[in-house]
Design a protein around this ligand. Structure first.
Ligand SMILES: Nc1nc2c(ncn2[C@@H]2O[C@H](COP(=O)(O)OP(=O)(O)OP(=O)(O)O)[C@@H](O)[C@H]2O)c(=O)[nH]1
Ligand SMILES: [Mg+2]
Length: 400
């Protein structure tokens, strides 16, 4: 689902790392000699005569102590211990790390003909040079321009000022990018089942309203959620709140019949609020846990239909207003999300058609724009084809 976004982010990370590496090498070309000195220092540490002596002394003492191990040699044992610790401090502990660094430098030298810097502090100017390229890559994966710009700014905050080993540059850039996207997706989670359970304990019916643009997948998603909740043991009633589109009532009726869920409906042209209201009354009277209410697809540009939606929300006061967005719409979902959220303050989003959407960026853009969590992803046309949205899992699929 995030195939293209993954590819574009990988490209970006590679490019950013390479460019910064180049910059730092340019900056430090003259430092080859210094690193040679480092290497020499390393060897000196290893072969310092006094340390060698200490070591020999320790070895000798050890043998001696092992042989006799008597109370009067306590002092010798202590002294041995002290000198061993000192040596470890001087040589033992430093050695592997320093040697590893020298090895890395040697490798760089072989590859490039000169030695780059150990560490580089990443400066704003290093990153700014890459602004256009990074933003363009994100746009190619369907991320909206202003969202891509914001991602860039957030990424910058995480990476600027960091001292990064040149050999670990790519790793660090990747980590900062990963954290940026995770921060963006990690919003307060909504647990539908928990909401229904809590209401039930208080003797209340839960009402979940599905709204969104024409054909975004509202009715199908409603049926999937009905199927899921029924399996979990909740009692459900559907409300045929779309009294507008031809065949919409038959469509939801077919789902209701297949799933064995009661449908409350009226005639075409009836007031949508009244239909949903009836369903809520029915649920109250019959101790049904949850009403799943369908609504007609509408364009945010259609003032009358948007007013109708506002009226439904005002009268019914749903526990959850779920905006159903079709991922395939691409960048237009940002405008849709903004307008629907402005009109009725949605609680969360369900993205449908994630099974056929490869770019991924629209999902990031919509969440960033309205800061509302994604509850589920629709991944096909069958009732089971819905999965919980887990930011960590998404991040894993993009970055690992
Ligand atoms: N591949 C795929 N198709 C889906 C998914 N969700 C819905 N669809 C299909 O999208 C089409 C439209 O779905 P509906 O549920 O009728 O959409 P709607 O929003 O209720 O449409 P209107 O009521 O006309 O506004 C149908 O053919 C669904 O099978 C999904 O997650 N993946
Ligand atoms: Mg529908």
């Amino acid at each position: 689902m995030f195939k293209i976004l993954k590819k574009k982010i990988e490209e970006t990370i590679k490019k950013v790392s390479e460019k910064i590496k180049e910059v730092s090498i340019e900056e430090k070309k003259g430092l080859e000699e210094e690193y040679k000195k480092e290497e020499i220092k390393e060897i000196e540490i290893k072969e310092k005569p006094e340390e060698k002596e200490e070591l020999e002394k320790r070895e000798e003492s050890k043998g001696f102590v092992r042989e006799i191990e008597k109370e009067e040699f306590k002092e010798v044992i202590e002294e041995t211990k002290r000198s061993t610790e000192k040596r470890e401090e001087l040589v033992g502990k430093r050695e592997p790390k320093r040697l590893e660094e020298v090895k890395e430098i040697k490798k760089e030298k072989e590859e490039r003909g000169f030695v780059p810097l150990f560490e580089k502090e990443i400066k704003e100017s290093d990153i700014e040079k890459l602004r256009n390229e990074m933003i363009f890559n994100l746009i190619e994966a369907d991320v909206a321009l202003d969202v891509a710009e914001n991602i860039f700014e957030e990424f910058k905050k995480l990476i600027i000022g960091k001292k990064v080993k040149i050999t670990k540059l790519e790793e660090n850039i990747k980590e900062a990018f990963k954290q940026t996207i995770l921060n963006l997706l990690n919003l307060q989670e909504i647990d539908i089942e928990e909401i229904i359970r809590r209401n039930k304990e208080n003797g209340k019916v839960s009402v979940i309203l599905f709204l969104g643009f024409n054909g975004s997948g509202k009715t199908t998603t409603l049926a999937k959620i009905g199927y899921m909740l029924k399996k979990k043991g909740f009692s459900i009633v559907f409300a045929a709140g779309d009294t507008f589109r031809a065949a919409s009532i038959e469509q939801i009726e077919e789902h209701a019949n297949k799933l064995g869920i009661k449908l409350i409906k009226q005639k075409y042209g009836a007031d949508s609020t009244a239909v949903i209201y009836d369903a809520v009354e029915h649920a109250k009277a019959n101790k049904i846990d949850v009403v799943l209410a369908d609504t007609a697809g509408r364009s945010h540009a259609n003032v009358n239909l948007m007013d109708e939606l506002k009226k439904i929300c005002k009268v019914i006061k749903p526990d959850l207003k779920i905006l159903v967005l079709d991922a395939l719409t691409g960048n237009d979902v940002v405008e849709q999300a903004k307008r629907f959220n402005d009109a009725v303050n949605v609680d969360g989003i369900i993205f449908t058609k994630a099974d056929v959407y490869e770019k991924g960026g629209a999902i990031i853009s919509a969440v960033y724009t309205i800061r509302k969590p994604i509850l589920f992803l629709g991944i096909g046309q069958e009732y089971e084809d819905i999965e919980r949205f887990e930011p960590e899992k998404i991040i894993k699929s993009i970055f690992d």
